[in-house]
Design a protein around this ligand. Structure first.
Ligand SMILES: Cc1cc2nc3c(=O)[nH]c(=O)nc-3n(C[C@H](O)[C@H](O)[C@H](O)COP(=O)(O)OP(=O)(O)OC[C@H]3O[C@@H](n4cnc5c(N)ncnc54)[C@H](O)[C@@H]3O)c2cc1C
Length: 496
């Protein structure tokens, strides 16, 4: 009997774990090499002082069992019919000058309340809600890569997404900032730019809201790390081997093909196929020569204005109380300076929805100040002492501002941890600390490329950078797609 072919996967984030599982499903041997002691990459959580800090899932696209993406999540063991979800009712609330505006999952309620806040914006509100309803039809193609789809697949997709052209017509060519300008009410203007940065395309914002409003973007209870570990269990049960604490130094190229890997400890491992599921800036430059980078991707890295990234300066706090606020709340704060930029708005998120994150009667609260490429350069420029001091000063400053907004927390709030864009770079080799792929700004092509490398056979790419805007759904389908590309090359059936 012919020996099974061996796939090596570099990176044990969601994309790498998915690639490993689908490789096993396709009948290959699969080994995953992950540099950290715990797999999961950016889909992560950690414990501090008896509390759990969940650092990923705000919404998981694909929780509606009617979608094909749900089947992918089920295949990798992330969720199933019995998964319990957070009982959340809203996307977030914006506060300005004492006025509160909320995007509820119930679109009719949102419409009613926003019109009450600003009757003069009624026409714009009705249009916004109607198009969010249309945006519920947006699905992420999860069966196979789009370049492998046939005419029939496109017809099916067109039928599924019948209402999306209306959304693209109305909101496809404007940014969230421009969407905000359509409203007269100051708090509604804020509502449109408080979650996604103003340069994001407005349609992405509507699709995000629609995903939650339709029940296709729930939050699995027990959080991100627990979901990662369920996927790890599935991989191991299927016979996969996960090497934790095993950083890959380079991909071995023999002739014109990827023949295996060399680890940081000097060990070499041979393989028939290699799937890279690490950050693409790290792949092209550290693991193989930058010259192999696909040109569209290279252009995106060079054009930082057209393809910005998103990261965050974040703190997690223990609250010695049942905090009455639920979900995410965004509010004005006294100006706070980080590097060259000053911020006067911040958000906090209460994790009260998951009782497993805190001792009884207590709550975890996190604050996030959105960070950009420019902010990353600031953090990177600091010495180790300056970095530590800046984190301490900013954490204390953010806590003071939280207490100012929620005086009931005075004396009941304590810092658990603070982390920055540098943390994501150090921990995951994430480009500029990004926790999504490239942001698509208005007028620019959505970043996507085939997960193959011209000039290097048997090397495939998975991960959130394969297609904007990244995130967990792109990570999980990209792992599956990488294996389908292998099957296609071997002229085998790609249905797995
Ligand atoms: C705060 C935050 C909130 C988020 N919220 C959401 C959300 O609500 N919904 C959503 O869909 N997405 C969200 N995301 C994004 C989501 O977490 C990521 O898009 C996704 O986890 C990326 O998965 P990945 O496998 O492509 O990359 P990564 O998670 O970066 O995985 C890459 C892996 O490769 C490993 N690695 C790197 N270099 C090497 C090496 N040399 N050798 C071996 N291993 C290596 C890394 O350690 C890492 O484990 C959020 C992320 C963050 C940080």
């Amino acid at each position: 009997m012919e020996a099974k072919k061996k796939v090596i996967v570099i990176g044990g984030g969601i994309a790498g774990l998915s690639a490993g599982i689908y490789a096993l499903k396709a009948g290959f041997d699969a080994d995953i090499y992950e540099k950290n002691p715990v797999p999961g990459g950016e889909c992560m959580g950690w414990n501090r002082n008896g509390y759990h800090i969940d650092n990923c899932i705000h919404w998981l696209t694909g929780t509606d069992p009617k979608t094909k993406l749900w089947e992918v999540w089920k295949t990798v063991g992330a969720i199933d019919e019995n998964t319990e979800y957070a009982d959340e009712e809203k996307f977030y609330t914006s506060i300005l000058d004492g006025k509160r505006a909320t995007l509820w999952h119930d679109l009719e309620r949102t419409k009613r309340e926003l019109i009450e806040i600003s009757p003069e914006d009624e026409a714009e509100i009705v249009k916004f809600i109607q198009h969010t309803e249309y945006a519920k039809s947006c699905v992420i193609p999860s069966d196979k890569p789009m370049d492998m789809m046939g005419v029939r697949d496109y017809i099916e997709m067109g039928k599924d997404m019948a209402d999306m052209p209306k959304v693209m017509k109305e909101y496809g060519k404007i940014s969230c900032g421009e969407l905000a300008e359509r409203f007269k009410s100051p708090v509604l203007k804020k509502l449109m730019t408080d979650y996604l940065p103003p340069e994001y395309t407005a349609y992405s914002f509507l699709v995000s809201y629609a995903t939650m409003a339709s029940g296709n973007g729930n939050i699995p209870l027990k959080g991100s790390l627990a979901m990662t570990l369920r996927i790890v269990s599935r991989f191991r049960e299927m016979g996969g081997v996960l090497h934790n604490g095993a950083a890959v130094k380079r991909i071995l190229i023999e002739g014109k093909r990827a023949a295996g890997i060399e680890l940081e400890n000097g060990q070499t491992v041979k393989a028939d196929m290699v799937i890279s599921a690490v950050d693409t800036d790290f792949l092209f430059g550290k693991l193989i020569d930058r010259k192999y980078m696909p040109s569209d991707l290279a252009k995106a890295y060079e054009n930082r204005r057209a393809y910005p990234i998103t990261s965050g300066l974040q703190i997690a706090c223990a609250i010695d109380a049942d905090f009455s606020e639920t979900g995410t709340v965004v509010f004005d704060c006294e100006p706070i300076t980080m590097g060259n930029r000053t911020f006067n708005r911040m958000s906090v998120k209460s994790y009260a929805y998951d009782k497993s994150f805190a001792p009884e009667g207590k709550t975890v609260l996190q604050a996030n100040v959105v960070q950009s490429d420019e902010d990353y350069l600031f953090w990177e420029s600091l010495s180790a002492d300056e970095y530590k001091a800046a984190k301490e000063e900013l954490s204390a400053g953010l806590i003071r501002r939280i207490v100012k907004e929620f005086p009931e927390l005075d004396g009941r709030i304590e810092l658990l941890d603070c982390w920055t864009p540098l943390t994501y770079n150090r921990y995951c080799n994430a480009y500029h600390g990004s926790y999504m792929g490239f942001v698509t700004t208005v007028g620019n092509k959505q970043m996507k490329f085939k997960g193959i490398v011209k000039g290097v056979d048997d090397l495939y790419i998975a991960g959130q950078w394969v297609m904007s805007p990244g995130g967990l759904p792109i990570a999980v389908i990209s792992g599956k797609f990488a294996v389908q590309r292998i099957l296609k090359k071997q002229k085998r059936n790609i249905e797995i």
